[in-house]
Design a binder for this molecule. Sequence first.
Ligand code: HEC
Length: 118
Amino acid sequence: MSRPGLFLAFTFRKGREALLGAGLALAGCETGQPGTPALTPAVLAAGANRGASSGDLARGREVFATDCTACHRMQPIGKFPTDVWRGIVADMSQRAHLTEPDRAKLLAYITAARQAMH
Ligand code: HEC
């Protein structure tokens, strides 16, 4: 279910997103999509603490923004605690036919973004 073309189209429309796609971490001024928190230093640090690389988190964010919005708009990450997200991802990753690595990266991204919020 990987759709790099969609992601690229998205990155070209938003210059700052393109920088993120290139693996550069930007400072906290990055806003991005309201429902898709950017890979700020805080998010990257939260991910690294759990063994997720910036590439893992970038892929998780991509899955979240593309595969996970095929059927519905996304709920804000801040809406649910991490343990609730874990259950949602377990259920929804089957509906989205995610591979196991993508499921793990998606959960790593959501967990890191959620953790960086408070
Ligand atoms: C094949 C369609 C489909 C895809 C793809 C899909 N969802 Fe869903 N999602 C649904 C439906 C339908 C619901 C409504 C609740 C239900 O049926 O369980 C839902 C509900 C949700 C909710 C609301 C849960 C709640 O308790 O309010 C969240 C959050 C969610 N999905 C996240 C995701 C994520 C993350 C992904 C990507 C892994 C994803 N969805 C992919 C169909 C989909």
